[in-house]
Design a protein around this ligand. Structure first.
Ligand code: F6R
Ligand code: MG
Ligand code: MG
Length: 365
């Protein structure tokens, strides 16, 4: 049975500030998606949040980039925005960059990760959601899951994974893409994805079968809007077990609270802390950045779950380490490398300050 799993998300209002989502907004989204399920458009859905981002997890048989599904998501965000406005939540409608829907939410603000596949006899999927960071945050975790035998022993000892995986990498500035094969091209791959502010892994494929293994949201809001409008707060869907990495191999990369961009005003590097959904509430200095992971088993498109994967005690050390790194970085205040490098600051509000002072600069003798 061919199933499409669509995760579409947007920040349509924060509670309080940019730290969390209001339950009334989630309730409205649930109402909208229940209606669509009742009408047969969706097989199943799960509404959740990661920080100030509303997450719509949906299964259906309409395929990727389907207008009806994207319109459903858009309309849900519009209705949720109305609730956010009534409560005067912070930044109501923040990620809806256009006034009217025109066929597809891509390029309009919301983040999208979708994949269509033949549901296996048993189909475990993990949905990662991050707040206060951008799409490139998945680069290192995806590399470790699908190309690093020190993380994924299955690459070495499981015959159905031994051929390796292909990485589709997007240049988010130039709007170009390239496919690179692991293991033979890992040095080329790393040359690009080691620069996550520009290159982001969009998808991963199993090379033997060309089956989709993982997909992420890759748009950069600031490039769409031409100004700073908040971080992308990306999502990523990963299929697991059998010919794909085991659940434990998929989660293992997050035991390192890797440094990502996006903390406070989208202008700082900070550690990506793996947390349960209830702890995805970036509060200290609007952070540190969070990642949550919900696991589901699919049953004819039904979402059996979720299991809140990072709730597990084995991620306590990563959280502790993230807090220690956060303390260390915060002591740098406005200095790099806590603050983003200048080139990246162009896409924040700092450019307005620089413009204001431009005339006060005089030539050196
Ligand atoms: C980071 C983020 C927050 C805001 C900050 C200022 O992605 O969302 O750190 O940038 O709270 O927000 P404004 O400018 O809306 O007051
Ligand atoms: Mg926000
Ligand atoms: Mg957010």
């Amino acid at each position: 049975m061919k199933i499409t799993l669509s995760v579409i998300k947007a920040d349509i209002g924060g509670y309080v500030g940019h730290s969390d989502s209001h339950p009334f907004v989630l309730a409205k989204a649930d109402e909208c998606l229940a209606k669509a399920q009742g009408e047969g458009l969706l097989i199943d859905y799960h509404v959740t949040k990661c920080g100030d981002d509303l997450q719509l997890i949906m299964t259906h048989q309409q395929g990727e980039d389907n207008e009806k599904i994207h319109k459903l998501a858009w309309d849900t965000f519009v209705e949720g925005t109305q609730v956010a406005r009534d409560l005067k939540l912070y930044g109501a409608g923040q990620d809806l960059l256009s006034d009217a829907f025109s066929g597809n939410v891509k390029g309009m603000g919301p983040g999208v990760a979708e994949m269509e596949f033949e549901e296996r006899v048993s189909e475990p999927v993990i949905i990662f959601m991050a707040d206060k960071t951008s799409a490139g945050a998945w680069n290192m975790p995806l590399y470790k899951m699908f190309a690093d035998p020190f993380n994924t022993i299955g690459l070495v000892i499981a015959p159905n994974m031994h051929t390796g995986f292909a990485f589709e990498v997007h240049d988010v500035k130039e709007h170009k893409k390239i496919i690179l094969n692991a293991p033979e091209e890992i040095y080329d791959l790393l040359a690009f994805i080691g620069a996550p502010s520009r290159y982001a892994v969009k998808a991963v494929y199993q090379r033997e079968t060309n089956e989709i293994a993982a997909v992420s949201s890759t748009q950069r809001l600031s490039f769409i809007a031409g100004r700073y409008v908040g971080k992308d707060d990306p999502v990523c869907v990963v299929r697991s077990q059998s010919q794909f990495p085991a659940v434990g191999e998929v989660l293992e990369p997050f035991t390192l609270p890797l440094l990502v961009e996006g903390w406070m005003r989208g202008s700082h590097h900070g550690p990506l802390m793996p947390v349960a959904i209830e702890d995805a509430t970036p509060t200290r200095f609007d952070g540190p950045p969070r990642v949550a992971a919900l696991g589901f088993q699919l049953a004819d498109g039904k979402l059996v779950g979720p299991r809140d994967m990072f709730k597990d005690k084995s991620f306590d050390n990563a959280r502790q380490q993230a807090n220690d790194v956060a303390d260390f970085l915060r002591r740098h205040g406005p200095f790099e490398p806590h603050r983003l490098p200048l080139e990246e600051m162009e896409y924040t509000t700092m450019s307005q300050v620089v413009k204001k002072l431009a005339r006060r600069f005089t030539d050196l003798e």
